[in-house]
Design a protein around this ligand. Structure first.
Ligand code: ADP
Ligand code: ZN
Ligand code: MG
Length: 491
Protein backbone atom coordinates (compact mmCIF):
# COMPACT_ATOMS: atom_id res chain seq x y z
CA UNK A 1 0.00 0.00 0.00
CA UNK A 2 1.41 3.39 -0.95
CA UNK A 3 1.33 6.15 1.68
CA UNK A 4 -2.02 8.04 1.64
CA UNK A 5 -0.55 11.17 0.06
CA UNK A 6 0.39 9.02 -2.95
CA UNK A 7 -3.06 7.62 -3.59
CA UNK A 8 -4.04 8.73 -7.08
CA UNK A 9 -7.31 7.51 -8.62
CA UNK A 10 -6.70 4.82 -11.24
CA UNK A 11 -8.41 6.85 -13.97
CA UNK A 12 -6.00 9.73 -13.31
CA UNK A 13 -2.98 7.42 -13.25
CA UNK A 14 -4.06 6.09 -16.62
CA UNK A 15 -3.67 9.55 -18.16
CA UNK A 16 0.06 9.50 -17.40
CA UNK A 17 2.98 7.66 -18.88
CA UNK A 18 6.43 7.10 -17.42
CA UNK A 19 9.70 7.60 -19.31
CA UNK A 20 12.67 5.64 -18.05
CA UNK A 21 16.34 5.49 -19.01
CA UNK A 22 18.85 3.26 -17.24
CA UNK A 23 22.55 3.69 -16.58
CA UNK A 24 24.12 0.35 -15.76
CA UNK A 25 27.65 -0.19 -14.52
CA UNK A 26 29.03 -3.62 -15.27
CA UNK A 27 32.32 -4.75 -13.80
CA UNK A 28 34.47 -6.35 -16.48
CA UNK A 29 35.89 -9.61 -15.20
CA UNK A 30 39.57 -9.24 -16.01
CA UNK A 31 42.00 -10.55 -13.41
CA UNK A 32 43.75 -7.20 -13.14
CA UNK A 33 42.61 -3.59 -12.94
CA UNK A 34 42.03 -1.23 -15.84
CA UNK A 35 45.05 1.08 -15.51
CA UNK A 36 47.48 -1.00 -13.42
CA UNK A 37 48.39 -4.62 -12.75
CA UNK A 38 46.76 -4.98 -9.33
CA UNK A 39 44.42 -7.96 -8.90
CA UNK A 40 40.66 -7.35 -8.97
CA UNK A 41 39.73 -10.27 -6.68
CA UNK A 42 36.86 -9.84 -4.25
CA UNK A 43 37.27 -10.17 -0.48
CA UNK A 44 41.00 -9.48 -0.05
CA UNK A 45 42.00 -7.74 3.22
CA UNK A 46 41.40 -3.96 2.93
CA UNK A 47 43.98 -1.91 1.02
CA UNK A 48 46.12 -4.85 -0.04
CA UNK A 49 45.32 -4.91 -3.79
CA UNK A 50 46.74 -1.46 -4.42
CA UNK A 51 49.70 0.32 -6.01
CA UNK A 52 50.69 3.95 -6.63
CA UNK A 53 48.54 4.07 -9.80
CA UNK A 54 45.25 2.96 -8.29
CA UNK A 55 46.01 4.82 -5.06
CA UNK A 56 46.15 7.96 -7.17
CA UNK A 57 49.66 8.98 -6.13
CA UNK A 58 50.87 12.10 -7.90
CA UNK A 59 53.02 11.25 -10.89
CA UNK A 60 51.98 7.60 -11.16
CA UNK A 61 50.99 6.84 -14.76
CA UNK A 62 48.11 4.66 -15.93
CA UNK A 63 48.67 1.88 -18.48
CA UNK A 64 45.58 0.63 -20.27
CA UNK A 65 44.78 -3.09 -19.82
CA UNK A 66 44.33 -4.69 -23.26
CA UNK A 67 42.05 -7.37 -21.82
CA UNK A 68 39.65 -4.72 -20.58
CA UNK A 69 39.42 -3.26 -24.08
CA UNK A 70 38.65 -6.70 -25.53
CA UNK A 71 35.86 -7.19 -23.02
CA UNK A 72 34.47 -3.72 -23.70
CA UNK A 73 34.44 -4.34 -27.45
CA UNK A 74 32.69 -7.67 -26.94
CA UNK A 75 30.16 -6.00 -24.66
CA UNK A 76 29.61 -3.31 -27.29
CA UNK A 77 29.09 -5.93 -30.00
CA UNK A 78 26.61 -7.84 -27.83
CA UNK A 79 24.70 -4.57 -27.40
CA UNK A 80 24.60 -4.11 -31.19
CA UNK A 81 26.75 -1.00 -30.91
CA UNK A 82 29.03 0.65 -33.40
CA UNK A 83 32.60 0.27 -32.11
CA UNK A 84 34.56 3.47 -32.53
CA UNK A 85 37.86 3.17 -34.34
CA UNK A 86 39.16 5.84 -32.04
CA UNK A 87 37.86 6.57 -28.58
CA UNK A 88 39.17 9.03 -26.05
CA UNK A 89 39.64 8.74 -22.31
CA UNK A 90 38.47 11.74 -20.33
CA UNK A 91 38.94 12.97 -16.79
CA UNK A 92 35.77 13.29 -14.79
CA UNK A 93 36.71 15.46 -11.84
CA UNK A 94 35.06 15.24 -8.46
CA UNK A 95 36.02 14.78 -4.85
CA UNK A 96 35.13 11.75 -2.83
CA UNK A 97 37.03 10.29 0.14
CA UNK A 98 37.28 6.94 -1.64
CA UNK A 99 38.55 8.50 -4.87
CA UNK A 100 42.06 9.62 -3.91
CA UNK A 101 43.18 10.88 -7.29
CA UNK A 102 40.26 13.31 -7.42
CA UNK A 103 38.95 12.13 -10.78
CA UNK A 104 37.80 9.06 -12.64
CA UNK A 105 39.37 8.20 -15.97
CA UNK A 106 36.23 7.73 -17.98
CA UNK A 107 35.16 8.43 -21.56
CA UNK A 108 33.02 11.33 -22.58
CA UNK A 109 32.05 12.40 -26.09
CA UNK A 110 33.93 9.61 -27.85
CA UNK A 111 33.09 6.38 -26.01
CA UNK A 112 34.32 2.98 -27.19
CA UNK A 113 30.80 1.88 -28.23
CA UNK A 114 27.63 3.75 -29.19
CA UNK A 115 24.34 3.60 -31.14
CA UNK A 116 23.27 0.11 -30.08
CA UNK A 117 20.10 -1.56 -28.87
CA UNK A 118 18.73 -4.36 -26.72
CA UNK A 119 15.62 -6.26 -27.76
CA UNK A 120 13.44 -7.04 -24.80
CA UNK A 121 10.38 -9.19 -24.24
CA UNK A 122 8.15 -7.71 -21.52
CA UNK A 123 5.11 -9.89 -21.02
CA UNK A 124 4.27 -10.85 -24.61
CA UNK A 125 5.50 -7.56 -26.07
CA UNK A 126 8.70 -7.39 -28.08
CA UNK A 127 10.39 -4.02 -27.97
CA UNK A 128 13.70 -2.52 -29.07
CA UNK A 129 15.42 -0.28 -26.52
CA UNK A 130 18.17 2.04 -27.73
CA UNK A 131 21.61 1.91 -26.13
CA UNK A 132 23.05 5.39 -26.38
CA UNK A 133 26.61 4.46 -25.46
CA UNK A 134 28.86 2.13 -23.54
CA UNK A 135 32.03 3.64 -22.14
CA UNK A 136 34.98 2.49 -20.09
CA UNK A 137 35.91 3.85 -16.69
CA UNK A 138 37.62 2.95 -13.43
CA UNK A 139 35.68 2.24 -10.25
CA UNK A 140 36.22 4.22 -7.05
CA UNK A 141 37.04 2.69 -3.67
CA UNK A 142 34.64 1.83 -0.92
CA UNK A 143 33.74 3.76 2.21
CA UNK A 144 32.71 1.58 5.09
CA UNK A 145 30.57 3.43 7.59
CA UNK A 146 31.09 1.84 10.96
CA UNK A 147 28.82 4.03 13.05
CA UNK A 148 29.54 5.76 16.35
CA UNK A 149 32.02 4.64 18.98
CA UNK A 150 32.54 6.83 22.09
CA UNK A 151 30.58 9.57 20.31
CA UNK A 152 32.99 9.56 17.34
CA UNK A 153 31.75 8.56 13.92
CA UNK A 154 33.99 6.00 12.22
CA UNK A 155 34.29 5.58 8.48
CA UNK A 156 36.97 3.44 6.87
CA UNK A 157 38.21 3.61 3.31
CA UNK A 158 39.11 0.46 1.40
CA UNK A 159 40.84 1.18 -1.90
CA UNK A 160 41.02 -2.40 -3.21
CA UNK A 161 38.21 -1.59 -5.60
CA UNK A 162 39.76 1.57 -7.11
CA UNK A 163 40.71 0.93 -10.69
CA UNK A 164 38.37 -2.02 -11.12
CA UNK A 165 37.31 -1.94 -14.78
CA UNK A 166 33.76 -0.87 -15.46
CA UNK A 167 31.69 -0.40 -18.54
CA UNK A 168 28.80 2.01 -18.17
CA UNK A 169 25.90 1.22 -20.45
CA UNK A 170 23.47 4.11 -20.96
CA UNK A 171 20.05 3.47 -22.45
CA UNK A 172 17.92 5.84 -24.45
CA UNK A 173 14.80 7.01 -22.59
CA UNK A 174 12.82 4.31 -24.43
CA UNK A 175 11.46 2.36 -21.49
CA UNK A 176 7.88 3.07 -20.43
CA UNK A 177 7.14 0.78 -17.48
CA UNK A 178 8.98 -0.74 -14.55
CA UNK A 179 8.38 -4.16 -16.12
CA UNK A 180 10.17 -3.07 -19.27
CA UNK A 181 13.04 -1.80 -17.11
CA UNK A 182 13.18 -5.17 -15.38
CA UNK A 183 13.18 -7.01 -18.71
CA UNK A 184 15.93 -4.71 -20.04
CA UNK A 185 18.14 -5.38 -17.03
CA UNK A 186 17.55 -9.11 -17.26
CA UNK A 187 18.45 -9.15 -20.92
CA UNK A 188 21.51 -6.95 -20.42
CA UNK A 189 22.80 -9.15 -17.62
CA UNK A 190 22.22 -12.26 -19.69
CA UNK A 191 24.12 -10.82 -22.65
CA UNK A 192 27.10 -9.89 -20.50
CA UNK A 193 27.14 -13.32 -18.87
CA UNK A 194 26.84 -15.11 -22.22
CA UNK A 195 29.87 -13.42 -23.69
CA UNK A 196 31.77 -14.06 -20.49
CA UNK A 197 32.79 -10.47 -19.78
CA UNK A 198 31.13 -10.37 -16.36
CA UNK A 199 29.40 -12.63 -13.90
CA UNK A 200 27.16 -9.68 -13.04
CA UNK A 201 26.93 -10.77 -9.41
CA UNK A 202 25.00 -7.91 -7.85
CA UNK A 203 25.91 -8.98 -4.34
CA UNK A 204 29.55 -8.34 -5.22
CA UNK A 205 28.69 -5.02 -6.85
CA UNK A 206 29.50 -6.35 -10.32
CA UNK A 207 26.32 -4.84 -11.75
CA UNK A 208 24.84 -1.59 -10.45
CA UNK A 209 21.97 0.39 -11.81
CA UNK A 210 20.94 4.04 -11.72
CA UNK A 211 17.37 4.56 -12.89
CA UNK A 212 16.26 7.85 -14.48
CA UNK A 213 12.53 8.39 -14.52
CA UNK A 214 10.06 11.11 -15.42
CA UNK A 215 6.35 11.21 -16.11
CA UNK A 216 4.27 13.03 -18.70
CA UNK A 217 0.67 13.13 -19.80
CA UNK A 218 -0.08 10.46 -22.36
CA UNK A 219 0.17 11.93 -25.84
CA UNK A 220 2.52 14.73 -24.74
CA UNK A 221 5.70 14.95 -26.78
CA UNK A 222 7.95 16.69 -24.31
CA UNK A 223 9.57 14.66 -21.57
CA UNK A 224 8.96 15.63 -17.97
CA UNK A 225 11.74 16.50 -15.53
CA UNK A 226 13.56 13.38 -14.44
CA UNK A 227 14.76 12.16 -11.11
CA UNK A 228 17.63 9.71 -10.88
CA UNK A 229 17.42 6.87 -8.38
CA UNK A 230 20.98 5.81 -7.62
CA UNK A 231 22.62 2.51 -6.85
CA UNK A 232 19.67 0.21 -6.40
CA UNK A 233 21.11 -3.20 -5.69
CA UNK A 234 18.65 -5.70 -7.14
CA UNK A 235 16.44 -5.81 -10.22
CA UNK A 236 13.39 -6.27 -8.04
CA UNK A 237 14.26 -3.15 -6.08
CA UNK A 238 14.76 -1.21 -9.33
CA UNK A 239 11.24 -2.18 -10.30
CA UNK A 240 9.83 -1.27 -6.88
CA UNK A 241 11.80 2.00 -6.74
CA UNK A 242 10.48 2.94 -10.19
CA UNK A 243 6.90 2.09 -9.23
CA UNK A 244 7.20 4.27 -6.16
CA UNK A 245 8.91 7.11 -8.00
CA UNK A 246 6.36 7.14 -10.84
CA UNK A 247 3.54 7.35 -8.31
CA UNK A 248 5.33 10.06 -6.31
CA UNK A 249 5.86 12.24 -9.37
CA UNK A 250 2.27 11.87 -10.58
CA UNK A 251 0.89 12.63 -7.11
CA UNK A 252 3.16 15.66 -6.88
CA UNK A 253 2.00 17.03 -10.23
CA UNK A 254 -1.65 16.29 -9.46
CA UNK A 255 -1.39 18.25 -6.22
CA UNK A 256 -0.06 21.27 -8.09
CA UNK A 257 3.66 20.75 -7.46
CA UNK A 258 6.53 20.34 -9.90
CA UNK A 259 9.14 17.60 -10.12
CA UNK A 260 12.67 18.88 -9.53
CA UNK A 261 15.71 17.32 -11.13
CA UNK A 262 17.53 15.52 -8.37
CA UNK A 263 19.30 12.39 -7.28
CA UNK A 264 17.31 10.12 -5.01
CA UNK A 265 18.00 6.96 -3.08
CA UNK A 266 15.74 3.96 -2.56
CA UNK A 267 15.15 2.52 0.88
CA UNK A 268 14.17 -1.14 0.59
CA UNK A 269 12.97 -1.05 4.19
CA UNK A 270 10.22 1.50 3.56
CA UNK A 271 9.88 0.95 -0.18
CA UNK A 272 10.29 4.71 -0.69
CA UNK A 273 12.76 6.94 -2.48
CA UNK A 274 14.16 10.04 -0.81
CA UNK A 275 16.16 13.01 -2.00
CA UNK A 276 19.97 12.78 -1.81
CA UNK A 277 21.00 15.93 -3.60
CA UNK A 278 19.64 18.32 -6.15
CA UNK A 279 21.26 17.96 -9.53
CA UNK A 280 22.24 21.59 -10.21
CA UNK A 281 24.74 21.65 -7.39
CA UNK A 282 26.30 18.33 -8.25
CA UNK A 283 27.05 18.38 -11.92
CA UNK A 284 30.14 20.02 -13.15
CA UNK A 285 32.71 17.34 -13.74
CA UNK A 286 34.92 19.54 -15.93
CA UNK A 287 35.62 16.75 -18.34
CA UNK A 288 38.75 17.05 -20.44
CA UNK A 289 40.78 14.55 -22.48
CA UNK A 290 42.96 12.40 -20.24
CA UNK A 291 46.54 13.62 -20.78
CA UNK A 292 48.12 10.43 -19.43
CA UNK A 293 46.51 8.04 -21.92
CA UNK A 294 46.72 7.95 -25.70
CA UNK A 295 43.59 7.73 -27.80
CA UNK A 296 42.35 4.15 -27.93
CA UNK A 297 42.55 2.80 -31.50
CA UNK A 298 40.87 -0.44 -32.45
CA UNK A 299 42.07 -1.72 -35.80
CA UNK A 300 39.76 -3.38 -38.29
CA UNK A 301 41.71 -6.61 -37.97
CA UNK A 302 41.40 -6.68 -34.19
CA UNK A 303 37.70 -5.87 -34.41
CA UNK A 304 37.16 -8.69 -36.92
CA UNK A 305 39.02 -11.08 -34.65
CA UNK A 306 36.81 -10.12 -31.71
CA UNK A 307 33.67 -10.36 -33.83
CA UNK A 308 34.54 -13.88 -34.86
CA UNK A 309 35.13 -14.87 -31.25
CA UNK A 310 31.58 -13.92 -30.25
CA UNK A 311 29.36 -16.84 -29.22
CA UNK A 312 25.78 -17.24 -30.39
CA UNK A 313 23.80 -14.73 -28.33
CA UNK A 314 20.51 -15.39 -26.52
CA UNK A 315 18.19 -13.74 -29.09
CA UNK A 316 19.61 -15.86 -31.95
CA UNK A 317 19.74 -18.93 -29.76
CA UNK A 318 16.09 -18.55 -28.73
CA UNK A 319 15.04 -18.27 -32.34
CA UNK A 320 17.07 -21.33 -33.28
CA UNK A 321 15.66 -23.37 -30.38
CA UNK A 322 12.13 -22.56 -31.52
CA UNK A 323 12.88 -23.58 -35.11
CA UNK A 324 15.23 -26.50 -34.53
CA UNK A 325 13.66 -28.12 -31.49
CA UNK A 326 10.06 -26.97 -31.77
CA UNK A 327 9.94 -25.51 -28.27
CA UNK A 328 7.62 -22.62 -27.39
CA UNK A 329 8.94 -19.08 -27.12
CA UNK A 330 8.60 -19.04 -23.35
CA UNK A 331 10.51 -22.32 -23.09
CA UNK A 332 13.20 -20.99 -25.41
CA UNK A 333 13.55 -18.01 -23.08
CA UNK A 334 13.97 -20.21 -20.03
CA UNK A 335 16.36 -22.59 -21.78
CA UNK A 336 18.65 -19.74 -22.82
CA UNK A 337 18.77 -18.03 -19.44
CA UNK A 338 22.40 -19.02 -19.10
CA UNK A 339 24.92 -20.43 -21.48
CA UNK A 340 25.35 -23.46 -19.23
CA UNK A 341 21.60 -24.09 -19.30
CA UNK A 342 21.39 -23.86 -23.09
CA UNK A 343 24.41 -26.15 -23.54
CA UNK A 344 22.91 -28.64 -21.10
CA UNK A 345 19.60 -28.63 -22.95
CA UNK A 346 21.19 -29.08 -26.36
CA UNK A 347 23.29 -32.01 -25.21
CA UNK A 348 20.31 -33.69 -23.52
CA UNK A 349 18.02 -32.98 -26.48
CA UNK A 350 20.52 -34.47 -28.94
CA UNK A 351 20.71 -37.75 -27.03
CA UNK A 352 17.02 -37.93 -26.09
CA UNK A 353 15.64 -38.09 -29.62
CA UNK A 354 12.73 -35.99 -28.34
CA UNK A 355 13.78 -32.40 -27.74
CA UNK A 356 10.43 -31.18 -26.42
CA UNK A 357 10.31 -33.87 -23.74
CA UNK A 358 13.94 -33.18 -22.90
CA UNK A 359 13.04 -29.48 -22.55
CA UNK A 360 10.26 -30.36 -20.12
CA UNK A 361 12.62 -32.42 -17.99
CA UNK A 362 15.26 -29.69 -17.94
CA UNK A 363 12.77 -26.96 -17.01
CA UNK A 364 10.73 -29.19 -14.71
CA UNK A 365 12.32 -31.92 -12.61
CA UNK A 366 15.90 -30.83 -13.12
CA UNK A 367 15.31 -27.10 -12.51
CA UNK A 368 13.20 -27.97 -9.46
CA UNK A 369 15.88 -30.21 -7.98
CA UNK A 370 18.58 -27.61 -8.63
CA UNK A 371 16.50 -24.90 -7.04
CA UNK A 372 15.66 -26.90 -3.95
CA UNK A 373 19.36 -27.51 -3.31
CA UNK A 374 20.49 -24.06 -4.42
CA UNK A 375 22.78 -25.50 -7.08
CA UNK A 376 23.83 -24.20 -10.46
CA UNK A 377 23.20 -26.38 -13.49
CA UNK A 378 26.97 -26.87 -13.79
CA UNK A 379 26.79 -28.59 -10.39
CA UNK A 380 24.01 -30.97 -11.35
CA UNK A 381 24.72 -34.54 -10.25
CA UNK A 382 22.81 -35.66 -13.35
CA UNK A 383 24.82 -34.89 -16.47
CA UNK A 384 23.11 -33.71 -19.65
CA UNK A 385 24.05 -37.02 -21.30
CA UNK A 386 22.36 -39.01 -18.55
CA UNK A 387 19.20 -36.94 -18.63
CA UNK A 388 19.09 -37.33 -22.42
CA UNK A 389 19.44 -41.08 -21.97
CA UNK A 390 16.55 -41.16 -19.49
CA UNK A 391 14.30 -39.34 -21.95
CA UNK A 392 15.42 -41.67 -24.75
CA UNK A 393 14.34 -44.68 -22.68
CA UNK A 394 10.85 -43.23 -22.40
CA UNK A 395 10.77 -42.66 -26.14
CA UNK A 396 11.80 -46.24 -26.86
CA UNK A 397 9.02 -47.48 -24.57
CA UNK A 398 11.49 -49.10 -22.22
CA UNK A 399 10.16 -47.13 -19.29
CA UNK A 400 6.96 -45.18 -18.70
CA UNK A 401 6.98 -41.51 -17.85
CA UNK A 402 5.84 -42.51 -14.41
CA UNK A 403 8.73 -44.86 -13.90
CA UNK A 404 11.11 -42.19 -15.19
CA UNK A 405 9.83 -39.89 -12.45
CA UNK A 406 10.83 -42.53 -9.93
CA UNK A 407 14.22 -43.10 -11.48
CA UNK A 408 15.07 -39.40 -11.67
CA UNK A 409 15.49 -38.78 -7.92
CA UNK A 410 17.65 -41.90 -7.68
CA UNK A 411 19.85 -40.53 -10.47
CA UNK A 412 19.98 -37.22 -8.63
CA UNK A 413 21.00 -38.88 -5.38
CA UNK A 414 23.67 -41.16 -6.85
CA UNK A 415 24.73 -39.61 -10.14
CA UNK A 416 24.22 -43.04 -11.74
CA UNK A 417 22.69 -43.57 -15.16
CA UNK A 418 19.09 -44.65 -15.63
CA UNK A 419 19.99 -48.13 -17.00
CA UNK A 420 22.35 -48.74 -14.06
CA UNK A 421 19.58 -47.88 -11.60
CA UNK A 422 17.01 -49.96 -13.47
CA UNK A 423 19.27 -53.00 -13.40
CA UNK A 424 20.12 -52.57 -9.78
CA UNK A 425 16.53 -52.12 -8.63
CA UNK A 426 14.77 -54.33 -11.14
CA UNK A 427 12.83 -51.33 -12.41
CA UNK A 428 12.50 -52.33 -16.01
CA UNK A 429 9.19 -51.59 -17.62
CA UNK A 430 7.29 -54.77 -18.44
CA UNK A 431 6.37 -54.69 -22.12
CA UNK A 432 6.53 -58.42 -22.53
CA UNK A 433 2.91 -59.45 -23.16
CA UNK A 434 3.14 -62.91 -21.63
CA UNK A 435 4.37 -61.45 -18.35
CA UNK A 436 1.56 -58.92 -18.46
CA UNK A 437 -1.07 -61.50 -19.39
CA UNK A 438 -0.70 -63.20 -16.04
CA UNK A 439 -1.02 -59.97 -14.07
CA UNK A 440 -4.03 -58.86 -16.10
CA UNK A 441 -5.83 -62.16 -15.66
CA UNK A 442 -5.34 -61.91 -11.94
CA UNK A 443 -6.70 -58.33 -11.86
CA UNK A 444 -9.73 -59.29 -13.97
CA UNK A 445 -10.48 -62.21 -11.66
CA UNK A 446 -10.41 -59.92 -8.63
CA UNK A 447 -12.58 -57.21 -10.13
CA UNK A 448 -15.53 -59.00 -11.63
CA UNK A 449 -17.92 -56.13 -10.85
CA UNK A 450 -15.93 -53.73 -13.02
CA UNK A 451 -15.61 -56.33 -15.74
CA UNK A 452 -19.41 -56.64 -15.78
CA UNK A 453 -19.77 -52.86 -15.96
CA UNK A 454 -17.40 -52.70 -18.92
CA UNK A 455 -19.26 -55.40 -20.74
CA UNK A 456 -22.49 -53.60 -19.93
CA UNK A 457 -21.23 -50.57 -21.91
CA UNK A 458 -19.49 -48.47 -19.26
CA UNK A 459 -16.15 -48.59 -21.06
CA UNK A 460 -14.59 -45.78 -19.03
CA UNK A 461 -14.07 -48.30 -16.24
CA UNK A 462 -11.04 -49.48 -18.21
CA UNK A 463 -9.07 -46.66 -16.59
CA UNK A 464 -9.65 -48.24 -13.20
CA UNK A 465 -8.53 -51.65 -14.46
CA UNK A 466 -5.37 -50.23 -16.04
CA UNK A 467 -4.64 -48.59 -12.69
CA UNK A 468 -5.03 -51.92 -10.90
CA UNK A 469 -2.63 -53.63 -13.31
CA UNK A 470 -0.11 -50.81 -12.88
CA UNK A 471 -0.37 -51.18 -9.13
CA UNK A 472 -0.01 -54.95 -9.26
CA UNK A 473 3.11 -54.54 -11.42
CA UNK A 474 4.58 -51.96 -9.01
CA UNK A 475 4.34 -49.30 -11.68
CA UNK A 476 6.45 -51.27 -14.10
CA UNK A 477 3.87 -52.32 -16.66
CA UNK A 478 3.81 -50.45 -19.94
CA UNK A 479 0.45 -48.64 -19.64
CA UNK A 480 -0.18 -48.50 -23.38
CA UNK A 481 0.31 -52.23 -23.79
CA UNK A 482 -1.82 -52.93 -20.71
CA UNK A 483 -4.57 -50.84 -22.20
CA UNK A 484 -4.43 -52.73 -25.51
CA UNK A 485 -4.33 -56.13 -23.85
CA UNK A 486 -7.24 -55.29 -21.55
CA UNK A 487 -9.40 -54.18 -24.46
CA UNK A 488 -8.66 -57.37 -26.31
CA UNK A 489 -9.48 -59.55 -23.34
CA UNK A 490 -12.68 -57.71 -22.48
CA UNK A 491 -14.17 -57.65 -25.97
P1 ADP B 1 22.45 13.49 -17.34
O1 ADP B 1 23.15 14.57 -18.08
O2 ADP B 1 21.59 13.98 -16.21
O3 ADP B 1 23.34 12.36 -16.95
P2 ADP B 1 21.61 12.14 -19.73
O4 ADP B 1 20.95 12.89 -20.83
O5 ADP B 1 23.05 11.78 -19.89
O6 ADP B 1 21.38 12.92 -18.36
O7 ADP B 1 20.79 10.83 -19.50
C1 ADP B 1 21.06 9.95 -18.47
C2 ADP B 1 20.00 8.87 -18.52
O8 ADP B 1 18.72 9.43 -18.27
C3 ADP B 1 19.88 8.16 -19.85
O9 ADP B 1 19.68 6.78 -19.60
C4 ADP B 1 18.65 8.77 -20.48
O10 ADP B 1 17.98 7.85 -21.31
C5 ADP B 1 17.81 9.09 -19.29
N1 ADP B 1 16.91 10.25 -19.49
C6 ADP B 1 17.23 11.42 -20.06
N2 ADP B 1 16.17 12.26 -20.00
C7 ADP B 1 15.17 11.61 -19.37
C8 ADP B 1 13.83 11.94 -18.98
N3 ADP B 1 13.30 13.14 -19.22
N4 ADP B 1 13.13 11.02 -18.33
C9 ADP B 1 13.65 9.81 -18.04
N5 ADP B 1 14.89 9.44 -18.38
C10 ADP B 1 15.65 10.32 -19.03
ZN1 ZN C 1 47.08 -0.70 -8.73
MG1 MG D 1 24.83 11.64 -18.48
Amino acid sequence: MPPTELIVPAEVLATYEAVIGLEVHVQLGTKTKIYCGCPTGFGAPPNTNVCPVCLGMPGALPVLNRGVVEYAVKAGLALNCVIREESIFARKNYFYPDLPKGYQISQYDRPVAEHGFIDIIAGEQHKRIGVTRAHLEDDAGKSIHDGYRDSDLYTYVDLNRTGTPLIEIVSEPDLRTSDEAYAYLTELKQLMQFIGVSECDMEKGQLRCDANVSVRKRGAEKFGTKAEVKNVNSFRFVKLALDYEILRQIALIESGGTVVQETRLYDPGTGETYSMRSKEAAHDYRYFPEPDLLPLRISGAWLDELKSSMPELPPAKRQRFIEQYGVREYDAQVLTLTRAMSDYFETAAGISGDARTAANWVMGDLAGALKSEGREITESPITAEKLGELVALIGKGEISGKLAKEIFPKMWATGDSAPAIMDREGLRQISDTSALDAIIDEVLAKNTAQVEQYKGGKTTVIGFLVGQVMKASRGQANPQIVNDLLKKKLS
